[in-house]
Design a protein around this ligand. Structure first.
Ligand SMILES: [Zn+2]
Length: 303
């Protein structure tokens, strides 16, 4: 009796443990990949992590970013529903693991991965993101970009001219923005978080001035018809990007003056200096307090 009771308890706790295990180890199980036909053979895929961009046509598939490794299979299935052509190139807009996590799974298919020099450099070693107190081990060799560039690189396929331009010290020190010149579509990488407070990675030499500079540059290359794929958030346009830029300028100026006054991060948090903006921008990836702490650190480390 006692033995049986004990056994039942053990089995029950094992079942709980294994279901907890399964639950905690597959946070991607329920993620679905959705796609939007943006314009003229350009598609945007959303799942979890950075938005994926695709140019699809007679020459094959050109892909931007690849989210997390456990999603690679679903992403490949989703792409195969759009085109049966092979993926030829995969661009990493920057090194963060929610944009490069699938690299190994795509490289193994023979796809050439391309990035700015600093993306390969950062992925080749262990990294630490101070804002989230997170260590990220070096990527396997197979997951590293095979081709890197310094300032810019161009691709010509699917009757499209694709220009990729490095943006120095913005979200990180290795950001690229992708311009589909023929189709008037832009993939901004994490220079642009559409509709919520952005993350800027000071541990990877990111800066708020760099993000604003980059957004201003992108704005010189858009018109009223340009479709903008942000790093995170919904498909966007010129007016929304202008609004984002204007908000970033306000946020930066407020934080710069608080830092100049010698306020500590706790004092800044207590002041709630962005209470007027929090309702609109503070419901996304970063809540108002977390964003303030990150921005404080970014502004301080740039001074
Ligand atoms: Zn990022």
């Amino acid at each position: 009796m006692n033995y049986l009771k004990k056994l039942t308890v053990i089995i029950a706790s094992l079942a709980t443990a294994s279901s907890l295990y399964a639950h905690s180890h597959d946070p991607f199980e329920k993620v679905q990949i959705t796609s939007i036909n943006v314009n003229n053979g350009i598609h945007m895929l959303m799942g979890q992590g950075g938005n994926i961009g695709l140019s699809v046509g007679e020459d094959g598939i050109f892909m931007i970013d690849d989210q997390f490794a456990p999603l690679s299979k679903k992403i490949k299935t989703s792409i195969s529903k759009i085109s049966k052509k092979p993926i030829k190139f995969l661009i990493n807009t920057h090194w963060h693991f929610d944009h490069t996590g699938g690299n190994e799974n795509f490289a193994k298919d023979g796809i050439v991965i391309v990035s700015h020099d600093n993306v390969r450099k950062r992925m080749s070693k262990d990294n630490f993101i101070k804002a989230f107190n997170k260590k990220i081990p070096a990527a396997k060799k197979v997951a590293l970009p095979m081709v890197t560039f310094n300032d810019s690189i161009s691709f010509f396929l699917n009757n499209e001219e694709i220009e990729i331009i490095h943006q120095s010290n913005a979200h990180t020190d290795g950001d690229s923005v992708v311009f589909f010149k023929t189709s008037n579509v832009i993939h901004t990488g994490d220079i642009y978080f559409n509709g919520f407070y952005p993350f800027i990675d000071s541990s990877s030499k990111g800066s708020i001035d760099g993000v604003i500079k980059s957004v201003n540059y992108i704005l010189t290359r858009v018109d009223d018809k340009t479709k903008i794929i942000p790093g995170h958030g919904k498909l966007s346009n010129k007016n929304e990007l202008i609004n984002y830029r204007d908000t970033l300028v306000i946020l930066r100026d407020r934080m710069k003056s608080l830092v100049k006054e010698g306020k500590t991060v706790e004092e800044v948090v207590a002041l709630k200096p962005n209470a007027d903006l929090d309702k609109t921008w503070g419901k996304g990836f970063l809540n108002p307090e977390k964003f303030l702490r990150i921005l404080y650190d970014v502004v301080k480390s740039n001074n």
